[in-house]
Design a protein around this ligand. Structure first.
Ligand code: DQA
Length: 146
């Protein structure tokens, strides 16, 4: 079955308790359910993961590039978005479309969050819609698919 890979970077395991005024009170388990339901509605399988480690995110992106039945990747890279040239290079190196997602509107926040190393190599970007952004990204993937 064709699948969508949803990857979450550092600190997103704390969703629900970390800065609820910015990220809301929804937990990552809730986001997993939202993504699973959205994917199922499109007839897609879902693989939902979180890591606090940059190299693990990079390995997972390489893996998505190798597995032909992965339609695309939805990536919330957390703070690595703003720091990781390695993540940029990994996304550039694979053919699978990657949609960048941020729960908060990073452009309304601190200046250090305004630059993304992911955006220039992303197939699409969803920013500031809260956790609903994950569902929007999944719905957009079939139109971007390789
Ligand atoms: C985030 C925004 C990043 O700046 C931050 O480091 C995060 C979460 C978001 O989803 O809004 O960890 O990616």
């Amino acid at each position: 079955m064709t699948s969508v890979l949803v990857l979450n970077g550092p600190n997103l395991n704390l969703l629900g308790t970390r800065r609820p005024e910015v990220y809301g009170t929804t937990t990552l388990a809730d986001v997993d359910r939202l993504c699973r339901d959205t994917a199922a509605g499109l007839g897609l399988d879902l693989d939902f993961r979180q890591t606090n480690h940059e190299g693990v995110l990079i390995d997972w992106i390489h893996e998505a590039g190798d597995v032909r039945d992965v339609l695309g990747v939805v990536l919330n890279a957390g703070a690595y978005t703003h720091t990781s040239v390695a993540l940029h290079d990994a996304i550039e190196a694979v053919e699978v479309p990657v949609v960048e997602v941020h729960i908060s509107n990073v452009h309304r926040r601190e200046v250090f969050r305004h630059h993304s190393y992911v955006s220039a190599v992303a197939a699409g970007i969803v920013v500031g819609f809260g956790v609903e952004g994950y569902a929007l990204a999944i719905r957009g993937l079939p139109g971007l698919a390789r």
